[in-house]
Design a protein around this ligand. Structure first.
Ligand code: PHE
Length: 357
């Protein structure tokens, strides 16, 4: 019995001395665990006679209960202490000033493509895309520009390594190959616009080897030049936000359209600056035309029953004219001060500038 009293004293002392929960748990295991001291005492009961066993059993059990309640009391105290310590050390000072954040701006090219897309979406066009690495067939031949055609020289093409059949892929020189892809993979009616990157081996103050275009294609029965004119006049006036903007269609030539027209908008150069709107001068802003019957045939359409029109515009040029950006090269300088000046807040509603909302 002296033994067990001694154990009781020892464990109560240990419990009191425990400074953290891990240590308290060790004490608990040593006292009450399967191989702990109390279990060891209980196992000795078998060797006693019944009177001794009764007395010793009661004593051990009362000590066991005493240890259980001492452990749980101490556990509550230590858990509370641990929480308090955590709260003290992980305190957040909400009064600290925040780190300075840089307001991101949207690049004028992205913005202009969104505006163009918004205007044509309103007219029922959907956006189509194609790869920037194209086949010669899609970029030229199917568009009625066969290998020896002089128009090929006007496209300063980046050619890639020939494939196993000797075909040289190209970096697309315009977005027009997406006309071919769309006509060959879907059937009329078609009403798409194709904003995207294009490449020409040309680099000076007004040309960049990578630039952006937005193509348009409408295919259906009885589509005629009147549809082309109305669509593009509407686009120009909405894009520049000028209801009375003069728009002129000037005869031109593209192998993939017949007839072809370049579209000019009115402008005024009085006093040195350039002002879009009514005036003496004209500015060319896009190419267009009725889809050449040969192109329709190349895509498996019957030109007798199916017609269409197409157009293509340079996104940089439109952005420069609309937002008064004087130098093409600055678009690609990745100069944050420039972007801060000419960029757009991402949450600006596109329609506000174009009169759509
Ligand atoms: N693909 C022509 C270019 O890059 C533009 C264009 C597209 C002209 C569609 C007519 C029709 O210059």
């Amino acid at each position: 019995m002296a033994d067990i009293d001694h154990l009781r004293e020892k464990f109560l002392k240990d419990i009191k001395a425990a400074r953290d929960l891990a240590y308290l748990n060790e004490v608990k295991v040593a006292a009450l665990g399967k191989k702990g001291a109390v279990s060891a005492e209980l196992s000795k009961l078998g060797q006693m006679n019944s009177d001794e066993r009764k007395e010793a059993g009661q004593l051990i059990n009362s000590i066991k209960q005493e240890l259980i309640s001492a452990l749980s009391e101490r556990q509550i105290v230590l858990a509370r202490q641990a929480l308090q310590e955590k709260l003290n050390t992980e305190k957040i000072d909400v009064s600290l000033p925040s780190r300075p954040s840089v307001q991101a701006k949207m690049h004028p090219i992205s913005r202009t493509m969104e505006e163009i897309s918004a205007i044509f979406s309103d007219m029922g066009f959907v956006i189509a895309e194609g790869p920037e690495i194209e086949t010669d067939e899609n970029n030229f031949t199917a568009l009625n520009i066969p290998p020896e055609h002089p128009a090929r020289q006007e496209h300063d093409t980046f050619y890639l390594q020939p494939d196993e059949y000797g075909e040289r892929p190209v970096l697309r020189t315009h977005t027009s190959p997406v006309q071919i892809r769309t006509m060959r993979s879907t059937s009329p009616p078609i009403r798409i616009i194709v904003p995207g990157r294009t490449y020409r081996s040309d680099h000076d103050a007004t040309h960049s080897p990578m630039f952006h275009q937005c193509e348009g294609l409408v295919i259906g029965p009885n589509i005629h030049m009147g549809h082309l004119k109305a669509t593009l006049i509407d686009f120009c006036r909405t894009f520049f936000g000028l209801d009375e903007l003069p728009v002129r269609f000037r005869p031109s030539y593209f192998p993939f359209t017949e007839p072809s027209a370049e579209v000019d908008i009115g402008c005024n150069r009085d006093g040195g600056g350039l002002k879009i709107g009514a005036g003496e001068d004209w500015l060319e802003i896009l190419g267009s035309g009725m889809v050449n019957p040969r192109v329709l045939e190349n895509c498996g359409y019957d030109p007798a029953t199916t017609q269409g029109f197409a157009f293509g515009m340079g996104v940089e040029r439109l952005a420069m004219l609309k937002y008064g950006i004087p130098d093409l090269r600055t678009f690609y300088d990745t100069d944050l001060r420039w972007l801060h000046h000419y960029g757009f807040m991402p949450h600006d509603v596109v329609g506000l500038h174009t009169g759509l909302v």
